[in-house]
Design a protein around this ligand. Structure first.
Ligand code: SF4
Length: 281
C-alpha cells in the first residue's frame, strides 16, 4: 500500500486549478494554429488569430483564459493500493479549488440552488468529482473547468436500438447546427455512445479528457470521428459563429456496452477555451 497525504493532494490540486485556467493546453494551441493556416475566410482567420493571441496574453500575464472560469469538474482515478492520510480527500480538493478561485481574479460561477435560491456560493464550490477505483498505487487527477455557454448546448438522446450510424451522425451534426455560435466555436465535440441514460453523458464528458491530437484506437470509430469533423466543419458556422471552415477542432467518441433495448447517445460540447489538465501523484 502507498500513503498519499491530503496536504500533498491539496497542493497539487491548487497548482492544477491555477495552471489549467491560465495556460491553454499546447494540444489545443497547436490545433488552433493548424486551423488558422487552413482557414479560408478572412474574418474567421482574424478570430482564430485573436483566440491564439488571447492564450499568449493569458499565459504571459497569469490571467484566466476566459471570464467564465467554469464549474470545477474533476475526474479522479485512484489506485486501489492507495491510502489517503491526514484528513478528508473531498474536503482537501474543495479547499484547494476555492483557495485558487478566491485568491485569483477568477469569476465565481456556482449558485447554491438551481431554481429557488440562485445565490452565488462565492467560492466556486462545490466541485463535481467523478471517482474511479483503478489498479495500482497512484492517483491521477484531471481538472476540466467547464463554461456554461458550451455546456448549455449539449444534448442526450435515447435512440431506438435499430438506429444506424447515420442516424447518430445526423443527431450530432444537428446538435452543433442548433448550437450555432452560442458555445464559442471552434469546438471540441465529446460523444458518449452506449451505457445508460446517465452513463452516456459521462462518457461524452470523459472523452474531452483525451488529447485532441490522438486518434481513436478503434479504426471504425476513428473513421466516424473524422467523418463527423468534416460534416461539422462543412456547416460553415465558423469561429465564434461568424462563418468559416473551422467550426470544430476535434471530435472524440467513447463507447460502452448497453442494454439490448437501448442506444443512448450524448453530445457534450466544449468551446475553444478547452481547459483540461492532469496531475499524477
Ligand atoms: S463557452 Fe467557453 S469561451 Fe465561451 S464564455 Fe463560456 S467558457 Fe468562455
Amino acid at each position: 500500500m502507498r500513503k498519499i497525504s491530503t496536504h500533498q493532494i491539496q497542493e497539487a490540486v491548487r497548482k492544477l486549478c491555477l495552471d489549467t485556467n491560465i495556460n491553454l493546453n499546447p494540444d489545443v494551441i497547436n490545433a488552433l494554429k493548424y486551423s488558422y493556416e487552413m482557414e479560408q475566410q478572412p474574418i474567421a482567420k482574424d478570430i482564430l488569430k485573436t483566440i491564439i493571441s488571447n492564450a499568449d496574453i493569458a499565459a504571459a500575464r497569469g490571467k484566466p483564459l476566459c471570464q467564465d472560469t467554469g464549474i470545477g469538474i474533476f475526474f479522479i482515478n485512484i489506485g486501489q493500493e492507495v491510502i489517503i492520510t491526514d484528513g478528508d480527500i473531498t474536503e482537501c480538493i474543495s479547499k484547494a479549488m476555492s483557495e485558487v478561485y478566491t485568491q485569483q481574479p477568477f469569476r465565481f460561477s456556482i449558485v447554491k440552488d438551481p431554481l429557488f435560491n440562485r445565490v452565488n456560493t462565492n467560492n466556486n464550490l462545490p466541485p463535481l468529482i467523478h471517482w474511479e477505483i483503478v489498479s495500482g498505487d497512484s492517483m491521477e487527477i484531471f481538472f476540466l473547468p467547464k463554461g456554461g455557454g458550451a455546456e448549455n448546448m449539449s444534448r442526450v438522446h435515447m435512440f431506438n436500438p435499430l438506429s444506424s450510424i447515420d442516424d447518430i451522425k445526423n443527431f450530432v451534426v444537428e446538435t452543433v447546427r442548433v448550437a450555432g455560435g452560442k458555445p464559442c466555436p471552434p469546438l471540441i465535440i465529446g460523444i458518449g455512445i452506449g451505457g445508460s441514460f446517465d452513463y452516456a453523458p459521462l462518457l461524452a464528458k470523459k472523452s474531452l479528457l483525451i488529447s485532441i491530437s490522438k486518434c481513436n484506437k478503434d479504426d471504425k470509430w476513428a473513421e466516424v470521428e473524422h467523418d463527423l469533423l468534416t460534416q461539422i466543419n462543412n456547416l460553415g458556422i465558423g469561429p465564434m459563429g461568424l462563418g468559416g471552415n473551422t467550426t470544430a477542432l476535434s471530435v472524440k467518441i467513447l463507447t460502452s456496452p448497453c442494454h439490448i433495448a437501448s442506444l443512448p447517445v450524448a453530445v457534450n460540447i466544449q468551446c475553444h477555451s478547452h481547459r483540461v489538465n492532469k496531475v499524477l501523484l
